[in-house]
Ligand binder design. Structure first.
Ligand SMILES: [Cu+2]
Length: 302
């Protein structure tokens, strides 16, 4: 049985209201979620996926803030377009069905309407492209960096090499599920996290030693392919101390899921204390023996 046009129109309107209410609720939940990140045993906020999380992770870098803004900007624009088209379709079904409008119009052109439906989408595209280009330029701005870290993807671990800190070059493996300590996250915690300072521009030089990988930290707005024989760049500036988790997000073979990224961002003093120890370890031919949490707990470093 065909649905009556009036019934259909009211159903479309009702669906629209439900969608709007749902989006508003989600937006409110997002704001609440950003305010309350859990902290770990070292008192650092944990930037990792949370149960029932549905939006982007709370942004912690200038680029991620722009990405979050851009995402919402385009989303609301899209919502407006979908709502307008939905209402128009409902109106046409309601007003111009065979019963209400038995003699169809033979109009084929209307200059004003044609100009409007050409110009409005063109204006919308310009409204998307301007901030979009801005974001691309922002992502490509490596000027005035404080430090550079070479990131190399391997099957199946990451290697971090601190430029200018002689010998500080270590590998970072996932902690096997049966070796996890309390507070560590399965498939996200790494044995040697990457340690960086907060509030400074850090440039990652991303490459690969074997196959394609991808260096991806959602809360920092960092995502770049790691490609053998090429170096790609991405920068970040972390707003506050915390642990920032990510993972390889380019299928790279059997143990692709064993390539987590754990970044510990420390205040400058503690970072320098950690780096001094890491350099001393490197001079002896060792990987960093001191975990950044230990430096954080050591009051003499403050
Ligand atoms: Cu991978």
């Amino acid at each position: 049985m065909m649905m009556r046009p009036a019934k259909l129109a009211s159903m479309v309107t009702r669906l629209g209201c439900v969608a709007l209410a749902t989006i508003t609720l989600f937006a409110m939940a997002h704001t609440a979620q950003a305010a309350g990140l859990p902290t770990n045993s070292a008192g650092l906020p944990v930037h990792a996926p949370q149960p029932w999380e549905w939006w982007l992770q709370p942004s912690a870098s200038p680029v991620e803030k722009s990405i979050d803004w851009m995402m919402q900007y385009v989303l609301w624009m899209m919502f407006g377009v979908v709502a307008l088209v939905g209402v128009l379709i409902a109106f046409i079904v309601f007003r111009f069905n065979a019963k209400k409008n038995p003699v169809a119009s033979t109009t084929t052109h209307n200059t004003l309407i044609e100009v409007i439906w050409t110009l409005v989408p063109a204006v919308l595209l310009v409204a998307v492209v301007v901030p979009s280009l801005n974001l691309i330029y922002q992502q490509a701005d490596y000027k005035n960096r404080y430090m550079t870290v070479r990131v190399t993807g391997h099957q199946w671990y990451w290697e971090y090499s601190y430029k200018g800190a002689k010998g500080v070059d270590f590998t970072s493996y996932a902690i096997p599920p049966d070796k996890l300590k309390p507070g560590q996250i399965r498939q996200l915690s790494a044995n040697h996290p990457l340690v960086v300072p907060v509030g400074k521009k850090i440039v990652f030089q991303i490459t690969s030693g074997d196959v394609l990988h991808s260096f991806f930290i959602p809360s920092l707005g960092v995502q770049r392919y790691a490609i053998p024989g090429q170096i790609w760049h991405q920068w970040t500036k972390i707003a506050s101390p915390g642990v920032y988790y990510g993972e390889c997000n380019q299928i790279c073979g059997m143990n692709h899921d064993n390539m987590p990224i754990e970044i510990v961002a420390l205040p400058m003093k503690q970072f320098q204390a950690w780096l001094a120890k890491a350099k001393a370890d490197a001079a002896q031919g060792n990987v960093p023996k001191v975990h950044p949490y230990e430096v954080l707990a050591d009051n003499s470093a403050k």
